[in-house]
Design a protein around this ligand. Structure first.
Ligand SMILES: Cc1cc2nc3c(=O)[nH]c(=O)nc-3n(C[C@H](O)[C@H](O)[C@H](O)COP(=O)(O)O)c2cc1C
Length: 269
């Protein structure tokens, strides 16, 4: 792999954002690997120093990455879970406009000990099927697992445990026998999922996507979740009532990632 010393502004910026995101998730969950992240925090420090050495500009994501590094250091000394308590405002109103819902949706990794009513799950699935799909194939097949109330744990749902602890897991799959193109299945699944995430947020629920794809234990999916082999599982959506209010993870200003024909892209492009 090329050394970060030779990276241009775009590559270095991406690496910094990625490292900072991994530290952020580790400090906001009870990730057992959080102690081991010390090496990664030192890497991030080194990357930020390199950024300065190369005289790259102070962009919002650089300040964000620095903040995540400081938070990690506080975690190392205080061992305090860096979770913002839930704010009831998260239960958005049904008539909130689309832009508010899009901007305020966050990935949730902590759940209340509260079951999600079936009607709400159905409303979310219903939103999924109104997504576009290539050739209008309607390839979606959903598999839903609900965790019984007595097995739900309040709060902590760090990555290794969050999957089983989430109140509801929705496996969003597409029947891959229907496809001759390489990528449409993934797009169809993704479009349905975004509808579902936004609808869940609108209903006052929280979600987190968990990538499955090639990492998944296919045998377990077939035997435990009864998902046939021809149903390609791209992601599971974890669903429940949020027990945290995460701050917005960094976003790139749209001017920095878009270029109109005839204009010169900025160096971060
Ligand atoms: C395809 C995909 C897979 C993801 N997998 C995980 C995951 O395994 N664990 C996790 O905690 N978050 C996962 N996420 C959530 C992202 O980390 C999250 O969307 C990102 O940090 C931005 O935060 P936001 O959703 O609050 O805007 C995934 C998101 C996507 C789109």
């Amino acid at each position: 792999m090329t050394s970060p010393d030779n990276f241009d502004q775009l590559q270095l910026g991406q690496l910094i954002r990625f490292n900072a995101h991994m530290l952020d998730v580790a400090t906001r969950t009870r990730n057992p690997d959080v102690d081991k992240k010390n090496q990664e925090s030192m890497d991030l420090e080194r990357l930020l120093a390199l950024w300065r050495k190369k005289h790259f500009p102070e962009t919002p994501y650089i300040s964000w990455a620095e903040k995540k590094l400081r938070t990690y250091k506080i975690w190392l000394t205080e061992r305090k879970l860096m979770v913002n308590p839930v704010q009831e405002k998260i239960a958005v109103q049904k008539d909130d406009d689309l832009q508010t819902i899009i901007r305020e949706r966050r990935s949730i990794r902590f759940w209340k000990k509260k079951q999600v009513p079936r009607e709400l799950i159905m409303e979310i699935l219903e939103a999924g099927i109104y997504a576009p799909s290539a050739f209008n194939r309607l390839p979606w097949r959903f598999f839903i697992a609900e965790t019984p109330l007595n097995e739900l744990k309040e709060g902590d749902a760090s990555n290794p445990g969050m999957f089983e602890q989430a109140p509801v897991r929705i496996f969003v799959t597409v029947d891959e026998r229907l496809f001759f193109e390489k990528y449409s299945g993934a797009l169809d699944a993704g479009l349905a999922m975004q509808n579902m995430l936004l609808t869940a947020h609108q209903l006052g629920l929280g979600t987190c996507l968990i990538y499955q794809g090639e990492f998944v234990d296919k045998k377990k999916l077939e035997e435990f979740y009864r998902i046939p082999a021809y149903c390609m599982v791209y992601c599971a959506i974890l669903l429940g009532y949020p027990d945290e209010t995460p701050e917005i993870p960094v976003r790139m200003p749209v001017e920095e990632i878009s270029v109109f024909l005839g204009e010169i892209p900025n160096p971060d492009f």
